[in-house]
Design a protein around this ligand. Structure first.
Ligand SMILES: Nc1ncnc2c1ncn2[C@@H]1O[C@H](COP(=O)(O)OP(=O)(O)O)[C@@H](O)[C@H]1O
Ligand SMILES: [Mg+2]
Length: 248
């Protein structure tokens, strides 16, 4: 008789003694993620969230305000470790790693683009993009500069390399923020409403850049959005409702 295996059975079958799993073509795997908030009252914010994302996929996460999208992205990006379940990136189990291990992993493998760019206003565009590369501690200063300049060039922002980030327009700042997210050639780019603060022209520019990165550089991208037009043009939509995935 055929037996349908559950996600947790699949996980057990696949798992090695190190906690890592046998190689798959998934860049990211979330297995049975559950999270609670306890203030102001007990609240089950993520409920058995499981999904996979393949290399080069551009995936959007949608759902009504308050359904848990940002909370999920904080888990996936390893910034929040207070959950149950398992998160694998490149078949490496991240759940249970120390804060130091996660900080290093994040800097190397995850590029984050927020709704607000969080560039350092007193630094040039180039310096802002260089910082995560310098933090990695494996490249010389001139290598960091070269990498940062190359990423600015991808985004057609190299002409603004020496300009103070505070002197750039909102759309230009968001492109610098994407260059910064790309500087260490991350496994995944994660965005929480990356176009949430942009007008429609700049939203299209940023969307087209992300789409092009997925197509031409095989860059994996996960973006939370409430913009339906943005979502329907990505490769796949993951839809959430009240902490659960209802479509993927
Ligand atoms: N730090 C927190 N403490 C308690 N409740 C929170 C906290 N952060 C978010 N929430 C609640 O969890 C739910 C999901 O929030 P969030 O993930 O930000 O939703 P979304 O990004 O989909 O709008 C909301 O009801 C929100 O009020
Ligand atoms: Mg949110």
């Amino acid at each position: 008789m055929n037996k349908t295996t559950t996600v947790s059975e699949q996980l057990q079958n696949n798992q090695t003694a190190s906690g890592n799993v046998a190689p798959t073509d998934a860049v990211l795997r979330a297995m049975l993620l559950n999270k609670y908030f306890y203030e102001p009252e007990d609240f089950h914010v993520l409920k058995d969230v499981s999904f996979e994302i393949k290399r080069g996929e551009f995936v959007s996460i949608i759902g009504k305000s308050g359904c848990g999208k940002s909370t999920l992205l904080y888990l996936l990006s390893t910034m929040d470790t207070d959950y149950t379940g398992q998160i694998f990136v490149n078949d490496v189990l991240l759940s249970g790693k120390t804060q130091n291990e996660l900080a290093r992993f994040r800097n190397e493998h995850i590029g984050f683009v927020f709704q607000f760019h969080f560039l350092l206003p007193e630094f040039s565009a180039l310096k802002n993009v260089m910082l995560p590369a310098q933090k990695l501690g494996i490249y010389s200063k001139s290598e960091c500069e070269d990498r940062a300049y190359e990423k600015l060039k991808w985004l057609d922002m190299h002409h603004f390399a020496t300009k103070l980030s505070s002197k750039l327009s909102g759309g230009q700042q968001q492109r610098v923020a994407i260059a910064r997210a790309l500087v260490n050639d991350p496994t995944i780019i994660m965005g929480d409403e990356p176009t949430g603060n942009l007008d429609s022209t700049n939203t299209k520019i940023v969307f087209d850049i992300l789409k092009d990165l997925a197509r031409t550089k095989n860059q994996t991208i996960i973006a939370v959005t409430h913009d339906n037009e943005f979502a329907v043009n990505t490769d796949r939509i993951i839809e959430m409702k009240d902490g659960e995935i209802i479509r993927q």
